[in-house]
Structure formats: C-alpha cells, structure tokens
Design a binder for this molecule. Structure first.
Ligand code: B1M
Length: 213
C-alpha cells in the first residue's frame, strides 16, 4: 500500500496524468484510504512540485504538467471525497479581474491551491466586482483570489476590494492577489491581505492566512 502511495506521488511529480489515474483507481479498488491517496499522494506531491519550483529545478511548464496530473487524479477522487464528506481545508473564490482575459497564471494558482487541499470556485477571466460579490454571497469562501496581468486592469483589484467593503462583504474574508505587474507594495496600498509572486507561493500564503501549517 505504501508503495502505491509512493507511485501516485512520483507520477504526479513526473506529470504522468494517465499513470496517476490508474494508480488512484487501483488504490481505491484495493481499499487504500481515500485520505491517504489525497494527502500523502496528490497533495504531498504538489508540495514537492512547489518546492522544486522554488529551488529552480522546475519551471512553469513542469509545474503545469504536474498540476494537470494532480487534477486527473482528482477527477477520480473527487466523487469519493464528496460521498465520504471529506472537507477541504478552505474555500477559495478566484478569478481574473474585469477587463483582463489572461487566465493561464490564474489557472495554475487554482491548480496549486486545489493541490494543497482547497476547494476552488473558479469564476474565470474578466470577472466584475459584482460577480465577485455574488460568488462570495453564494459560496461563502475563506479566501478571494484575484489575478491581473495588465497594468490597466490591476486597478480593478482595488475597485473590487472597495466594492466588497461598500457591500459589507470584506470582513472575514482574506483577499490575495497576484499577476505579473502586481507587487507586495501594491497589495499593501489597496488593502489586500496578501500577495504571491507565483502559484507555489500562493498556496503557501493561502495556508498561512488561514493559520494552516
Ligand atoms: Co497578453 N500581455 N495581452 N495575452 N500576454 C502580457 C501580460 C504583456 C506583458 C505582453 C507584453 O507586452 N510584453 C502585456 C501587458 C503589458 C502591461 O500591461 N504592462 C500584454 C498585453 C498588452 C496584451 C493585450 C492588450 C495585447 C493586445 O491585444 N494589444 C491583450 C489584452 C487582452 C485582455 O486581457 N483584455 C493581451 C492578450 C493576450 C492573449 C489573449 C493573446 C494571451 C492570454 C491567453 C490566456 O491567458 N488565456 C496573452 C499572453 C499569453 C500574454 C503573455 C505572453 C504571457 C502571460 C502568461 O500566461 N504567463 C504576457 C507576457 C508575459 O507575461 N511574459 C502578456 C504565464 C503565467 C504562468 O504567468 O500569468 O504571470 P503569470 O502568472 C504567474 C504569476 O504572475 C502568479 O502566479 C502565476 C504562476 O506562477 N499569479 C498569481 C498570477 N495570478 C496570481 C494570483 C494570485 C497569486 C499569484 O493570487 C490570487
């Protein structure tokens, strides 16, 4: 059994989506606990991928390929998790802000957050402040994530935060932001709770903000 978990881990790190699916399926059929497959297989592997990225061993393409392999495994695990009512470590509503169609980085952040054990409600790109507000009311997330790739659209992060404040929906929610033109200084200036320069550090930040080690 330990061998199978190790194989899931290795397949995710190596980005072998089909292998991950097969191993997860075999694991479930032979009675391996779904928690083990999730935490010691998929999530531990994505932590390793994040580490390899930080160390400069992996770059964005490798991280994307591993994240997709993790997602392939999740397609098999997700129904079992729902059936067993295994709770995620937190809920994140995420989107690229209004006027901005860049979603590759945001998708990678979503994948890393999912890999860390969060439930993701991905609103896509070109998300208006109104749509963020509606999603917050509907899904009651712990974290709202905003991405922007254009210097013109990063201003919409501030507009969204002000809009949430105006509608008394800012308290109790952590707002994290990122994207190529975004900086920690900008995050501080607009009153976001955190900034991450990449997907790996976004998942570390999200856990830190919810006091999950
Ligand atoms: Co656009 N584009 N683009 N583009 N594009 C840039 C951003 C640009 C820097 C290119 C350039 O001129 N050198 C430039 C912006 C200039 C500026 O504002 N200063 C630019 C421009 C000008 C434009 C258009 C205006 C071009 C035009 O039409 N005249 C137009 C705008 C459309 C719009 O959005 N309204 C446009 C369009 C497009 C495409 C549609 C063709 C395509 C997007 C496809 C898509 O996303 N589905 C595109 C692309 C691909 C790029 C570049 C080449 C690559 C962006 C990317 O995907 N990077 C980009 C140049 C560049 O960045 N080198 C460029 C890879 C991705 C993994 O990185 O998104 O930075 P990134 O995400 C990272 C981190 O930033 C961070 O983690 C991610 C992963 O590690 N991160 C977060 C991101 N979001 C986060 C959220 C977090 C935390 C971390 O918390 C929630």
């Amino acid at each position: 059994m330990e061998k199978l978990i190790q194989e899931v881990f290795t397949a995710v790190v190596n980005g072998e989506a089909e292998e991950v699916k097969q191993k997860i399926q075999t694991g479930l059929e032979s009675g391996v606990a779904v928690e083990k497959l999730l935490y010691q297989g998929l999530i531990a592997a994505m932590q390793e991928v994040g580490q390899l990225f930080e160390e400069g061993e992996y770059f964005v393409p490798e991280m994307l390929i591993s994240a997709r392999a993790m997602q392939a495994g999740m397609t098999i695990l997700r129904p079992v998790l729902i059936e067993k009512d295994i709770q995620p470590i937190g809920k994140v509503v995420i989107g690229t802000v209004k006027g901005d169609l860049h979603d590759i980085g945001k998708n990678l952040v979503s994948l890393m957050l999912e890999g860390a054990g969060f439930q993701i409600i991905d609103l896509g790109a070109d998300v208006s402040p109104e749509a963020f507000l509606e999603a917050i009311i509907t899904h009651k997330p712990d974290i709202v994530g905003m991405s922007a790739l254009l210097t013109t659209t990063m201003q919409n992060m501030e507009k969204t935060i002000r809009y949430l404040e105006d509608h008394q929906m800012r308290a109790g929610i952590k707002v994290i932001i990122g994207g190529a033109p975004v900086t920690q200084k900008f995050a501080d200036a607009i009153g976001a709770d955190g900034f991450a320069p990449d997907a790996s550090r976004a998942s570390i930040l999200a856990k830190r903000l919810l006091a999950i080690v």
